[in-house]
Design a binder for this molecule. Structure first.
Ligand code: B12
Length: 375
């Protein structure tokens, strides 16, 4: 494993010297991504033997990958953050391969993106972007080695919590809502117990369930079932614990997942935690459309906006929301806190979003918000 970690470090180091992409080129790429997705879909669909190459999965799974890839690369070109590129591409190799895709698919795909760039972009823009694609192709074998190495990103769980966490996780995987609820009820009598339960039990259980999905050890249905049980449990255990604290007002806060972001459990935890800490919270949930979010912000005028982003391909949406706030005199002083899985993996990435601050988990989010509180 040391060898693989060294390889990962070496690739990240080499990637960090890849050329910077100008705003003009990144914008040209962004504008043409819908056409390029159609081009790449068609190029791959007409490749002989494509069903075998994608492990007899439905073509829609491949099309999803192309759509996500285009949005993700748009973020990479906008930020020139190549560490994010390496971490995400090696994950894509691993996750799609465990679900049946052959590694050759990625070479076909990367070459198709190069042809799409040549087709839709000016020569200068295409040349700049193709340097990045050619570098990815040159590292294809290393991406395969990393993908096959079994690197795990499980959250460490301390001894004190391990037994409860394992029992809770088993209940989620068995689909046993009653058992999971019982464990949660017993362990969340106060606000601080609730936060501990979120942080030390639910979060690592969900991360591990994600790893199991990635390795094709559990089905999509099992992962959905676990998420649904967690949602039901959070709704049951989070309401009104310390009413004296709830009456205190630190200020007004909106908590939301980014546009196109379907992961909402982290955002929900942040909303509950801020509410119990004395914020007047409006929690908007998953996949909040940008224009409606701005309208809601204008009507509520919060002191704090907290945005959660899990998927790398959703970064650009949250960046757009923040840019829109900053360009509006009425909204530009609202403090923006950002967080979510994508930022925890790539240090300092959050700075590219234009937010005022970042926190890696709910404990630190609470402390950061307290520093900004209006009382
Ligand atoms: C459940 C789940 C889903 C559910 C979400 C349901 C729901 N109601 O939320 C569904 C099925 C919708 C889903 C969809 C997808 N998922 Co998913 N999912 C997960 C899973 C298993 C758990 C997520 C979770 O709840 N984590 C627990 C929470 C508490 O953790 P957290 O979000 O990190 O939050 C903490 C901190 O980050 C922070 N924080 C979070 N938000 C904020 C906000 C602020 C302001 C602050 C300060 C802090 C902060 O505080 C929180 C508490 O400490 C993860 C595994 C994982 N490692 O997270 C995969 C995972 C995130 N999913 C993944 C993928 C690939 C997808 C899909 C692309 C799958 C697909 N092919 O369709 C789609 C993407 C859809 C989209 N457009 O968003 C991958 C992402 C890999 C990568 N490198 O990008 C993961 C990591 C699985 C894996 N191991 O491969 N998923």
């Amino acid at each position: 494993m040391d060898k693989i970690n060294r390889l990962m470090d070496e690739i990240i180091k080499e990637a960090s010297s890849l050329p910077f992409i100008t705003l003009k080129t990144a914008t040209a790429h962004h504008v043409h991504t819908p056409d390029m997705v159609i081009y790449v879909n068609s190029a791959l669909t007409t490749t002989p033997d494509i069903y075998r190459i994608i492990g007899n999965n439905p073509l829609s799974m491949m099309y999803d990958n192309h759509k996500h890839h285009a949005a993700f690369m748009s973020t990479v070109f906008n930020t020139s953050n190549y560490e994010l590129l390496v971490r995400t591409v090696s994950w894509v190799y691993r996750a799609y391969h465990t679900h049946g895709f052959q590694f050759d698919y990625f070479l076909l795909e990367l070459n198709a993106w190069i042809r799409a760039n040549n087709e839709y972009l000016d020569k200068k823009d295409a040349d700049a972007i193709n340097v990045i694609y050619e570098w990815l192709i040159s590292r294809h074998n290393d991406m395969i080695s990393i993908a096959l190495s079994g690197i795990e990103y499980a959250l460490p769980v301390s001894e004190n919590w391990l037994e409860l966490k394992n029992n809770f996780q088993s209940a989620l995987l068995d689909g046993d809502h009653r058992k999971a609820l019982e464990l949660a009820m017993e362990s969340t009598k106060t606000d601080s117990e609730l936060e501990n339960f979120y942080l030390h039990i639910i979060q690592p259980s969900m991360y591990e369930i994600g790893m199991m999905w990635e390795k094709a050890e559990i089905s999509v249905a099992q992962e959905h079932l676990a998420s649904a049980i967690v949602g039901r449990i959070m709704a049951s255990v989070s309401s009104g614990k310390d009413n004296d604290i709830i009456n205190k007002s630190c200020g007004r806060a909106i908590v939301t997942a980014s546009p196109n972001e379907f992961h909402e459990i982290g955002a929900w935890m942040i909303a509950d935690t801020l509410e119990h800490d004395g914020w007047d919270v409006r929690y908007l949930g998953a996949n909040m459309p940008k224009e409606d979010l701005i309208l809601f912000i204008k009507s509520f005028i919060p002191d704090l906006l907290a945005i959660s982003v899990t998927m790398p391909f959703n970064l650009s949406y949250s960046k757009e929301v923040i840019a829109q706030l900053r360009s509006d005199n009425e909204l530009k002083n609202i403090k923006v806190m950002i967080g979510g899985r994508v930022f925890n993996e790539t240090p300092r990435l959050w700075e590219s979003t234009g937010a005022d601050g970042f926190a890696p988990n709910l404990e630190e989010a609470k402390s950061l918000a307290r520093r900004w509180a209006t009382i």
